[in-house]
Design a protein around this ligand. Structure first.
Ligand code: HEC
Length: 158
């Protein structure tokens, strides 16, 4: 490649990197309103986990095993987002109207806890290709164990 086009290419890459990091700072900056926004976002995402569990439970019950893949995939994807949102407790934001729950903190390793959920969701996703209802139910239970273990440890209730 010519030197000139290399320079142009690298400045395009630089602009993209800079704008991506400015975007991230705007969303996650510790400004006046952002802690409440982060808490709202993570609660919303938790509710999405709940909705996906409800949906996939129905699909297993009615024999739509292939349909479980979309829900398990969403749960796995959400699990990669969560560690960003659970770096801090944001105790000042609570109580939040319309929700009795809060984040107590105290997780020894937030990343590992969500990584564990992701692994269980991915295992469920793989099983959705099988026709094995008992195995799907067992893996659903194992995945819910990852939700429950964390709730017991890190979720407070007003
Ligand atoms: C690593 C910890 C952790 C894992 C794993 C986890 N949760 Fe949560 N969950 C929390 C915490 C903390 C809260 C409190 C929300 C907050 O205020 O940030 C919560 C709240 C919730 C809520 C209530 C939302 C609200 O109003 O606060 C639902 C529903 C929920 N979780 C569902 C799930 C489901 C379903 C799973 C598994 C598929 C799951 N969670 C996995 C920590 C976890």
């Amino acid at each position: 490649m010519h030197e000139k086009s290399l320079i142009i290419l690298s400045s395009i890459v630089l602009v993209l990197v800079v704008s991506a990091s400015i975007f991230a700072q705007t969303i996650l900056k510790k400004g006046q309103n952002s802690p409440s926004q982060i808490v709202a976002a993570r609660k919303f995402a938790m509710k999405m986990l709940g909705a996906n569990v409800g949906d996939l439970t129905g699909k297993i019950k009615t024999g739509n095993f292939k349909g479980v893949a979309a829900n398990a995939g969403s749960i796995a994807a959400l699990a990669t987002f969560f560690p960003l949102a659970y770096e801090e407790t944001y105790a000042d934001v609570y109580p939040v109207q319309g929700s009795k729950y809060y984040y107590k903190g105290g997780l020894p390793d937030v990343g590992a806890a969500f990584e564990n959920l992701k692994r269980e969701a991915q295992a469920l996703m793989r099983l959705s290709k099988s026709n094995d209802k008992a195995a799907l139910e067992a893996q659903r239970g194992k995945m819910l164990g990852a939700c429950g273990a964390c709730h017991k440890l890190a979720r407070g209730e007003n």
